[in-house]
Design a protein around this ligand. Structure first.
Ligand SMILES: [Mg+2]
Length: 256
């Protein structure tokens, strides 16, 4: 009986791409599995390194997949926002999600130097002019903050450059090292632990991001094979506490 209570209230941290959806395609059974967790009273937090969308946009995308995620989304943009102080001028290379996170922290989004910080995320319109402006700010003393280090991300058309590739270009031009905020970094981990406590299950499809994040959190790692990692890639490091074909089967395994 005691074990049953512990299991149903165990916090779940869910990665999005490769767990809930692949690009825009829903992974069958995942939305039902999330509803089952929520109905069982399990705290559920959605954690993604995608920085472009605002909190409301990310929640709306989840709602479009049949998932109620109100107030339960943590993006790498929100984590990056924790690395600035109120009143600081922040040069943003990225999308509305970063602008929003900076504003919520009381920072001021600027387009050119002077700035106290440069926050960089995925930006499909990134160009030489932005590289130049970011470089000038960092060489002028601004801190270089990356939302995440992911070099690529998967799409239906194949790999595309990720936010980490853009941060790397700016770091090279400025001859400095960036700090990173999203999974698997401590900034995001502190935010998760402040909401869910010191024990839980981190579910994701990437050992190098989600698995490492579970280690930093001190949570168990639940690996799903519905994203970039396939059965042929096993074994992986860090070693998952549990491996499942997808979120639906993982939830069935844990809840019975
Ligand atoms: Mg993923």
């Amino acid at each position: 009986m005691v074990d049953t209570v512990r299991l149903v209230t165990e916090p779940w941290v869910l990665d999005l791409d490769g767990v809930i959806w692949l690009g825009n395609e829903p992974i069958p059974g995942s939305a039902d599995a999330v509803r089952r967790l929520q109905a069982n009273g399990a705290p559920v937090l959605f954690v993604t390194n995608m920085s472009r969308l605002t909190e409301a946009e990310q929640e709306a995308k989840l709602a479009g997949h049949g998932i109620d995620a109100g107030g339960s989304v943590l993006t790498s943009a929100m984590a990056a926002g924790r690395l600035i102080e109120p009143g600081e001028r922040v040069l943003v290379i990225g999308g509305p999600g970063i602008d929003e996170a900076v504003g919520k922290r009381g920072g001021l989004v600027v387009r050119t130097h002077p700035a106290e910080a440069v926050i960089v995320g995925i930006d499909p319109t990134f160009d030489y002019d932005e590289l130049s402006r970011a470089m000038t700010a960092v060489r002028g003393g601004a801190r270089l903050i990356g939302t995440n280090h992911d070099p690529t991300y998967p799409t239906a058309e194949g790999l595309r450059p990720g936010g980490g590739a853009i941060v790397a270009a700016i770091a090279a031009a400025a001859e400095t090292e960036p700090v990173f905020a999203g999974k698997p970094n401590i900034v995001a981990a502190d935010l998760v632990r402040s909401q869910l406590g010191d024990a839980g299950l981190m579910v994701g499809d990437r050992p190098d991001s989600d698995g490492l994040f579970a280690t930093v959190l001190g949570y168990e790692f639940g690996l799903v094979l519905s994203g970039v990692t396939k059965a042929a890639d096993l074994p992986v490091e860090p070693t998952p506490a549990v491996v499942a074909d997808d979120l639906a089967s993982l939830v069935s395994t844990r809840l019975g």
